[in-house]
Write a protein that binds this ligand. Structure first.
Ligand SMILES: *[C@@H]1O[C@H](CO)[C@@H](O)[C@H](O)[C@H]1NC(C)=O
Ligand SMILES: *[C@@H]1O[C@H](CO)[C@@H](O)[C@H](O)[C@H]1NC(C)=O
Ligand SMILES: *[C@@H]1O[C@H](CO)[C@@H](O)[C@H](O)[C@H]1NC(C)=O
Ligand SMILES: [Zn+2]
Ligand SMILES: [Zn+2]
Length: 466
């Protein structure tokens, strides 16, 4: 996620004490578990043990109609100590070896190894390093859950045992945790495959931070047959395990523009022999401010910011060109594309008043164009319902929209979708820094809760739509 720092969460410190009285049923799951990557021999033993441990006909495990027991069973699976250790181990391995957009080769390999161990089928490659796994009947309905795999070009400043081993690269947005949580969900869902009334699609996508990985995944068929999609993002604004979301617009659409304004070079002391692009560009900057203040509905938040303005370097010369640029944000598709159009019109028309010409580019080919992330009302309600069951009503928050952007929006443009946050804030641990900070860290206790949230959202969706 981009520009995470602009978020304003309502932080309420409620610990998850009520979480999950241990279920009697839990002991029949995850027997052994394959939590040791260092010890490959474990694989053989445990995969057979695990298979025999999947209950098939115990009536007490029947989630024919979804009820609170199902949530508890899922959470109990996720919270088994060996599962928690395994999830932390996965996350730490990924954290130590961060890979940037479309380079997630080892991360992708790790995911596939885990899925192989669980005997989960997947389609690979998609969009270079991405994959689409499926668990369930193989038939409709299909519901998708998604994780992003890429890290950021940031040097980690946190000193800890599992610090990034790659200079200048870091999982500073928590995508390492997203991957671990989705693998955890795969394991839970595989154990409960006999309950599934349809098919869960697990999408591991590259390049969320740069490159529009989600868009590429869709081009590769990631959403084939899929009728709804959900994704998690960790948040330092909420205490660990608190889940937050909202219906409708959640994250802004985000675009960038750059305009080259051309006039005619000349001596500054004889301005009448030149065509001044500095004056033209200045007028354009002023006029750009009128788009939001005069044309946008005041109840529909939008931003146009000019962040760069470069002209000549000689104090005695009027330059040939000025280059200016900036960013724009909006929460609805209509407003977002409207801004794009008006920015271009205003610059071109305004500089023409001063006899200059302008070309404006929007970096669409460079994938710096993110539509708004809009939560479908029904999908939001589904997340809310599942979250309240899982973590309790006090640990679910309706959050305000934020100006940050997410490439999950490419999915939410195509099918009903909901994006939600899960808290990782823990002052004792020092987990208080925003995403994209070199000091970013998470409270790993979030991992089982996130895995359970993914699994419960998917299983319950199928239960209610199958
Ligand atoms: C796992 O079992 C297979 C087949 O029995 C064997 O070929 C392989 O070497 C075993 N792997 C390990 C790590 O023991
Ligand atoms: C958003 O608007 C653009 C331009 O009008 C259009 O091409 C696109 O299909 C719209 N997307 C959605 C989800 O409405
Ligand atoms: C923060 O982490 C510490 C150490 O793991 C733990 O004891 C505490 O319960 C956590 N606090 C919250 C709010 O999760
Ligand atoms: Zn990010
Ligand atoms: Zn992110």
């Amino acid at each position: 996620m981009d520009l995470w720092k602009l978020g304003f969460f309502i932080s309420i410190s409620i610990s998850l004490t009520q979480a999950i009285a241990s279920s009697d049923l839990s002991s029949s799951y995850f027997e052994g578990g394959y939590f040791g990557f260092e010890n490959p021999e474990q694989k053989n033993t445990t995969s057979s043990r695990r298979q025999s441990s999947v209950p098939s006909s115990s009536p007490s495990l029947n989630c024919g109609a979804w009820d609170n027991d199902c949530s508890e069973q899922i959470l109990a699976l996720a919270k088994r100590p060996e599962t928690v250790e395994w999830l932390k181990g996965l996350r730490r391995r990924i954290h130590e070896n961060p890979e940037l957009a479309f380079e997630e080769v080892e991360t992708s390999r790790l995911i596939r190894e885990e899925l192989d161990l669980m005997e989960v089928n997947y389609r690979f490659p998609m969009a270079e390093t991405g994959l689409r796994a499926s668990i369930g009947t193989g038939g409709p309905p299909f519901v998708a859950i998604r994780a992003d795999m890429d890290a950021l070009p940031i040097q980690e400043a946190v000193e800890w045992e599992h610090k990034s081993k790659v200079a200048g690269k870091m999982h500073a947005c928590g995508h390492d945790a997203h991957v671990a949580m989705l693998i955890g969900a795969a394991k839970i869902l595989k154990c409960r495959e006999h309950h599934l009334k349809g098919t869960v699609i697990l999408l591991f996508q590259p390049a969320e931070e740069a490159g529009n990985g989600a868009k590429r995944m869709i081009e590769y068929g990631a959403l084939e047959n899929v009728e709804a999609i959900f994704a998690i993002h960790v948040s330092h604004e909420h205490p660990t395990g608190v889940i937050g979301s909202r219906p409708g617009p959640l994250l802004a659409g985000c675009g960038f523009f750059r305009a080259v304004i051309s006039g005619k070079e000349g001596r500054a002391g004889n301005p009448h022999h030149s065509v001044d692009p500095i004056l033209a560009a200045s007028a354009a900057v002023i006029s750009l401010q009128n788009i939001v203040s005069r044309e946008a509905n005041p109840l529909d938040s939008q931003v146009v910011s000019v962040a760069s303005f470069n002209g000549g370097g000689n104090l005695d010369m009027i330059p040939e060109t000025v280059v200016l640029g900036g960013t724009f944000r909006a929460f609805s598709n209509t407003s977002f594309y409207q801004l794009r159009q008006r920015i271009e019109e205003v610059i071109v028309e305004q500089v023409s008043v001063y006899r200059c010409s302008a070309t404006v580019e929007f970096f669409e080919k460079e994938h710096r164009f993110y539509p708004p992330t809009v939560n479908d009302e029904q999908m939001y309600n589904h997340v809310r319902k599942v979250a309240i069951d899982l973590v309790g009503p006090k640990n679910f928050k309706v959050v305000p929209p934020m100006m940050g952007a997410e490439d999950f929006s490419f999915y939410s443009e195509v099918i009903p979708a909901a994006f939600f946050y899960i808290g990782v804030r823990n002052e004792t641990l020092g987990s208080i820094h925003t995403g994209h900070s070199p000091y970013f860290m998470i409270d790993e206790d979030v991992l089982p809760i996130g895995a359970a949230a993914h699994a419960a959202i998917a299983e319950r969706y199928l239960n209610e739509h199958g």
